[in-house]
Design a protein around this ligand. Structure first.
Ligand SMILES: [Zn+2]
Ligand SMILES: [Zn+2]
Ligand SMILES: [Zn+2]
Ligand SMILES: [Zn+2]
Length: 437
């Protein structure tokens, strides 16, 4: 179970702490286009204080805390400070002073690394032969030691869901050192930081040089953006530790500036489950209240009645197990039956994605999928997106004209869905448009 740690500052206090924090972010804090206010969506939010044009930069923000994501399967050969790519085997890329962090030559003598290096060496890493993802993941958290008083206040003022499971991150890291801190105040401070990170942090993909890096970063201002399933703002990352928030469409004065915490192409039900489990809330935006999702039918499955080939959609309710309704023959299906069917479609399609070549995938999407899944279903749409990415990133020159035509058609379909949703110049649209150029 998760409980919410209470907030401790008023909005004017918070705004002041955020201004202080933004002063090194190359953003205009004297005349901003936004303001922090109470939000009807949840807690606090960011609001436009003047009309903002489509694609206009709303703010840039440097992370309060950031570090390598260091998930199990992520590449660990990244400098802990500047995120450049490191080459060589593990013993080559680890700091020569024995702190157990991968670090580049330049950063190894930087002031920032020196104090972190000293901290890790004081904790005595157990294994200096390889990069350990658990000790690497705690780097972001450990950096909270070096925050100044205002930055600490800001960190504490951010909403945090606490969850016993979050202590595992500290335990796993502690196992990597002989002298990991034992003082309860220090451990509580780490734990609180992890709760804040898990509630607010962005796990962003950005390019440093030609190297793709994954950074877990806390942006107190960007983190105040509430969620809508069709957001009016979009964000991107620069050099790992800076976030740039732009207007995805024109935003009117007084409107709340919102982002999305879920994948924009997921269906109502898929987003609802994801948001409930990871963010502990139920979205009630216009898209969530419309079973057709602005006529995109992203959730649709085929009717199970013999001879009826109608589309079946979940009935809009507050539960995670709604009944489903056929738009053609009006039959009502219990959730369990349709959930099994949706899982079947999801597993069948995802297995194919993981095991098939691009060429087999195109045949499967075009010839097999229509037999069990409407073309509008989000799982099938995501499969098309997968083909688009694979064709642009790998073996670019190997594809036939016919395969390229299928890819182009998928792109048009997905852009059409985004348009129907009213997503404006959202991140996904940007990525697809960049590829076309
Ligand atoms: Zn570096
Ligand atoms: Zn070091
Ligand atoms: Zn919603
Ligand atoms: Zn039917």
């Amino acid at each position: 179970m998760s409980t919410r740690l209470s907030k401790t500052v008023t909005i004017p206090e918070l705004a002041e702490l955020i201004d202080l924090h933004l002063s090194d972010s190359d953003t205009d804090i004297k005349n901003p286009s936004w303001r922090v206010l109470d939000s009807s969506i949840s807690g606090r939010g960011i609001f436009a204080v003047r009309d903002i044009k489509e694609s206009e930069i709303i703010f840039r923000e440097r992370a309060l805390l950031a570090g390598p994501t260091a998930h199990k399967n992520s590449k660990l050969n990244t400098c802990c400070v500047c995120y450049c790519q490191l080459t060589g085997n593990d013993t080559d890329i680890l700091c020569k002073l024995g702190c157990s962090m991968p670090v580049c030559e330049n950063c190894s003598i930087s002031e920032r690394h020196s104090r972190e290096c000293e901290t890790f060496r004081r904790w005595k890493p157990k294994d200096l032969s390889k990069v350990n993802p658990h000790s690497l993941r705690i780097v972001t958290v450990m950096r909270c030691i070096f925050l100044n008083e205002e930055e600490r206040k800001l960190l504490i003022s951010l909403q945090a869901n606490s969850d016993k499971y979050y202590r595992v991150e500290v335990q796993r890291a502690a196992d990597c050192f002989q002298c990991f801190p034992k003082q309860p105040e220090m451990l509580e401070w780490f734990y609180r930081t992890i709760c804040v990170l898990n509630t607010n942090a962005f796990e962003g993909r950005s390019n440093v040089g030609n190297h793709e890096v994954f950074v877990r970063a806390l942006f107190p201002l960007a983190g105040l953006m509430n969620h809508r399933c069709v957001p009016n703002a979009t964000h991107s990352f620069e050099n790992g530790e800076t976030i740039i928030v732009r207007a995805a469409r024109a935003i009117a004065r007084g409107e709340e500036i919102v982002t999305t915490y879920a994948h924009i192409l997921w269906s109502n039900l898929a987003r609802k489950i994801f948001l409930g489990l990871t963010k502990h809330f139920m979205c009630q935006c216009q898209r969530c209240l419309d079973p057709t999702e602005n006529g995109t039918y992203l959730a649709a499955l085929l009717c199970r009645e013999p001879k009826c080939k109608g589309l079946v959609l979940p009935i809009q309710t507050k539960t995670l197990q709604p009944d489903w309704h056929c738009l053609t023959c009006n039959t009502i299906f219990p959730h369990a039956k349709m959930a099994r069917y949706q899982d079947f479609a999801l597993n069948t399609i995802n297995n194919r994605i993981n095991t098939s070549s691009v060429s087999d995938m195109i045949t499967f999407i075009n010839e097999m999928c229509p037999k069990f899944c409407p073309p509008s279903n989000y799982v099938l749409v995501e499969a098309k997106l997968n083909v688009i990415w694979r064709m642009s990133r790998f073996n670019k020159d190997e594809y036939t004209e016919e395969q390229k035509q299928h890819r182009d058609r998928y792109r048009v379909e997905i852009l059409e869905i985004l348009k129907k949703l009213g997503a404006g110049d959202c991140t996904l649209r940007k990525l697809i448009m960049e590829e076309i150029q």
